[in-house]
Write a protein that binds this ligand. Structure first.
Ligand SMILES: Nc1ncnc2c1ncn2[C@@H]1O[C@H](COP(=O)(O)OP(=O)(O)O)[C@@H](O)[C@H]1O
Ligand SMILES: [Mg+2]
Length: 152
């Protein structure tokens, strides 16, 4: 029996490594996440939002971090994406979250990155969104997409 206080049951957990500056593989995690969610029969809207969130978070780890991991958790009532990297961290998270703010290097801009809308996009496609960062340590982003109130 599940008590009302029990945490939502875990349906799926996947852990993906993200290598820094590896543009050839950039986007592979979001493609995998999309595939997993479709296989679980998630709605097109949830799949789209999770894919956007994952792609932007993955790109940021590839472009700006020393690499790390992305964890996908699917629970009864939500999809969670956890991004954690090995640094360098973000000195001013509020500033980095402003639409249009970007420190993308020239080589990344030449490839079309650096519009400064990635974090904004992640926030807009999540129901719950939190960035924690420590300079010299790393950045952790938690993005949650709620699946809607279950009908009893
Ligand atoms: N994981 C990260 N580690 C360090 N800095 C980051 C990370 N993610 C984002 N940033 C910083 O936040 C800025 C804004 O990110 P974002 O909104 O995705 O726009 P863009 O990637 O186009 O620059 C980046 O330019 C970078 O300076
Ligand atoms: Mg970005």
């Amino acid at each position: 029996m599940t008590s009302p206080q029990a945490p939502p049951a875990l349906r799926l957990r996947r852990i993906y490594e993200v290598a820094p500056r590896d543009l050839d593989r950039a986007g592979t995690v979001s493609t995998e996440v999309r595939r997993e969610l479709l296989a679980l029969g998630m709605s097109p809207d949830v799949v789209r939002r999770a894919s956007v969130v994952c792609f932007e978070g993955e790109m940021n780890m590839v472009l700006y971090s020393e690499g790390g991991r992305i964890i996908l958790l699917v629970k009864e009532d939500r999809v969670e994406l956890l991004f954690s990297d090995r640094g360098p961290g973000i000195a001013d998270v509020d500033l980095a979250s402003q639409p249009g703010y970007s420190t993308a290097p020239d080589w990344a801009r030449e490839l079309g990155f650096g519009a400064g809308l990635g974090i904004t996009n992640m926030e807009q496609n999540s129901d719950l969104f939190k960035i924690r960062s420590r300079v010299g340590k790393g950045t952790v982003v938690r993005a949650t997409i709620l699946l809607g109130v279950p009908f009893f």
